[in-house]
Design a protein around this ligand. Structure first.
Ligand SMILES: [Zn+2]
Length: 455
């Protein structure tokens, strides 16, 4: 099977390369063709979409006459509240998927031997599950290989690829990265390992290509400037949290490579990346339609910020059509000198969560990375927030679906595992507060996943 799936992935690469050189007009035609195909598939198989469209006055049988803008939008809560109706394979059920996520900690393991299952809360604190079938996943993999890693597979010399992020579970980054094993040598580095372990492993492996959370790669740059490691990668791709100008300078200065910013999400895995020529972030519009809308669902003007609504044109298993991703971005119609026909993302706002720092008894510091908390998962948990009232305490505020007597102790157990990895389990106590809802931050009006000490 791995051989077959590698061939399947590689067979997709030439058309991806071709799409990067085509005209905007033919790109739009491909988008439209793929959209119609996806709608035909979804509106005959997904009970959730059929009912959702009917509720919004759209006859699912007459979608052919409607443009994308005339279709209702979807958000994560709507989808997760009625999850069992969403997948086009109606045998995929939320309870069974949650059990699988709970029991299988290996991101390489497939559900029923074929489905890739991804889960995340992102920065919204609300858990989402996303399933990809083998055909869908082959396209996602081909995009990651040819447009993100840019590694040319070779039988004779396999590129050494180091990934730093959340590695123990079915998260988008590690699930996709570990697929690289078929064409690269691969080292997963858990951001939840103690710093010494991270240094030892990366030093021995000497990655040529590094990918990870921006703040995690920035941490590697700091370790390199402090002399704790000495590595010389050739390509560095950052994603997840904001790659700030300060981080770029650190990484460039310490690791000697200009980092490339990448737009990834569980909802589409690889959505866009900066071009090497001009460092402008392009949306992979051959496989995604990305709308930027205001609060009244009207398209914003070119160059103005708005909310992202994603249509994933390759996921036929769990269709996402006009699905709201909680990112605020600015898109521009301006053509990039690199010649790609894809639109440019000028800016992605937000996506910056706080590290939780703890002063250890021996005077050193240890941290919990926000990604570890953003990927937190316990069955029955709906929305959550981590608060650090003191150096010795962590409180999880949780909205749960059912059985709080079971869910709350499981949350405590899971948080203690995270703390134990960092050697903090003795020092930090964990409490769970079951609440009806978690309010947005009063100052900013935005939800905060992590509220560190003294803030
Ligand atoms: Zn470009």
């Amino acid at each position: 099977m791995p051989y077959f799936s590698t061939v399947r992935m590689l067979s997709r690469v030439p058309s991806l390369r071709k799409a990067e050189r085509q005209e905007r007009e033919s790109l739009r035609e491909i988008q439209e063709l793929r959209l119609r195909r996806l709608l035909r598939h979804t509106l005959t198989r997904s009970r959730f979409y059929i009912e959702h469209y009917r509720r919004h006055g759209v006859d699912p049988l007459k979608f052919e006459k409607l443009s994308l803008e005339q279709l209702p939008t979807v958000n994560k809560s709507q989808m997760m509240n009625d999850y069992d109706g969403v997948p086009s394979d109606s045998t995929l059920k939320r309870a069974e998927l949650e059990r699988f996520i709970e029991e299988s900690k290996s991101p390489g393991q497939k559900f029923r031997g074929k489905y890739t299952v991804i889960h995340t809360s992102g920065s919204s604190g609300t858990i989402g599950i996303f399933v990809y079938g083998p055909g869908d996943w082959a396209i996602a993999k081909a995009m990651a290989l040819s447009r993100v890693s840019k590694v040319k597979p070779s039988l004779f010399k396999k590129t050494r690829y180091g990934f730093i992020g959340a590695t123990e579970g079915h998260f988008a980054g590690i699930s996709m990265s570990q697929e690289a094993r078929s064409v690269m040598r691969f080292l997963p580095l858990s951001i939840n390992d103690p710093l010494d372990t991270i240094c030892d492993r990366i030093q021995k492996f000497q990655p040529e290509f590094i990918m990870g959370y921006s703040s995690a790669v920035n941490l590697l740059a700091q370790l390199q400037s402090e002399g704790a490691i000495a590595i010389s990668p050739r390509r560095i791709v950052c994603s997840g949290d904001s790659l700030t100008e300060g981080m770029r300078q650190n990484i460039r200065g310490a690791l000697g490579v200009e980092p490339v910013n990448f737009y990834g999400a569980s909802e589409g895995i690889s959505i866009g990346i900066e071009c090497d020529e001009r460092r402008r972030m392009h949306i992979f519009e051959d496989w995604f339609i990305l709308e930027v809308l205001d609060n009244s669902l009207r398209p914003v003007k070119d160059g103005e910020p708005g909310q992202v609504y994603l249509t994933n044109l390759y996921n036929y298993t769990q269709p996402l059509i006009r699905y709201r991703i909680k990112d605020e971005i600015v898109v521009s119609e301006r053509r990039c000198e690199c010649g790609r026909p894809f639109r440019i993302i000028e800016r992605i706002a937000g996506r910056q969560e706080d590290f939780l720092w703890f002063d250890r008894k021996d005077g050193r510091q240890e941290f919990i990375h926000p990604i570890v908390l953003a990927e937190f998962f316990v069955p029955g948990l709906v929305t959550f927030q981590f608060r650090q009232p003191s150096n010795e305490k962590l409180v999880v505020r949780a909205v749960v679906r059912e059985e709080k007597e079971v869910v709350a102790p499981t949350i405590v157990k899971r948080v203690k595992e995270i703390l134990a990895h960092k050697g903090l389990e003795e020092m930090v106590s964990v409490e769970v507060e079951i609440v009806e809802r978690i309010e947005a931050d009063r100052m900013t009006g935005k939800f905060r996943l992590i509220v560190p000490m003294a803030s």
